[in-house]
Design a protein around this ligand. Sequence first.
Ligand code: HEC
Ligand code: HEC
Length: 232
Amino acid sequence: MTRSLFVSLLSALALSGTAHAADGKSLYAANCSRCHGALGNGLPGLAPSLRDAGALGADFYLRTGYMPLDDPQTHPSRTRVLFSEPELRALVRYVASLGNGPPIPHPRWRDANVAAGLTLFTGHCAGCHQIVARGGYVTGARVPALGRATPTQIAEAVRQGPYLLPRFSPKAISDRQLDDLVAYVQYAKHPDDRGGWALGHLGPWPEGMVTWLLAASALVGVCTLLARRVRS
Ligand code: HEC
Ligand code: HEC
């Protein structure tokens, strides 16, 4: 009797241990509810409702380090991720359970069409992110470079539409087209530059310039040496 009580106590302790490591509800209460509200309805003037965010929105905002914010008046930006992998999963699951939002997308970009992606990127994204996806400025906002966004995060951003980024529905950009877009952004991170140096990704022209500069300074060096010899 006492032994079985002891055993069940032990297992209860072990259970609460694992539950604690990945308890989305308490993680939410400790880190999110002061701005988003206890039930995720949002608090006026502080933070939006999370009911439509879904696993997609939670995964994007947490894995980019956009959330949790310190100060609701500051604009989120990519920072260090505060949570461990099990904590992230638990929080994402919990936020998803608050409403009926979309699941995490899984872009199949590896065999997708980079050229079609470039066309889509030119039409929908380059106005803000520039054609080489290096980011820039639009009125009132800094547009991030896309070099650190993972394929999943690219797909999430397009569907979630954080801040000034418009939300693109599957009607505007189909899942197939999203795969192509992701393939292009992945390509833009490491365009296979012809010739050794990635000087502005402009191809052989700047490299030719550099070669000329090097050659020119070498020539000047040789001339100076020769001139010294002739004089001495
Ligand atoms: C200091 C207040 C604050 C805290 C704490 C906070 N948030 Fe936020 N959250 C915001 C604000 C403000 C926005 C709107 C940001 C924007 O896009 O400009 C936001 C946006 C979001 C969004 C996007 C919602 C949408 O659909 O547009 C998600 C998802 C989110 N937060 C999740 C979380 C989670 C999960 C936590 C806890 C780990 C958290 N937040 C903690 C203030 C906060
Ligand atoms: C109207 C300007 C605008 C357009 C058009 C736009 N974006 Fe953005 N994008 C932004 C801004 C601003 C942010 C930063 C979001 C924030 O601060 O919450 C952003 C953020 C992102 C991020 C997250 C980057 C990170 O690491 O934080 C990705 C990925 C992204 N955009 C991809 C795209 C793609 C792909 C398209 C085209 C389908 C696109 N964007 C179209 C303005 C834009």
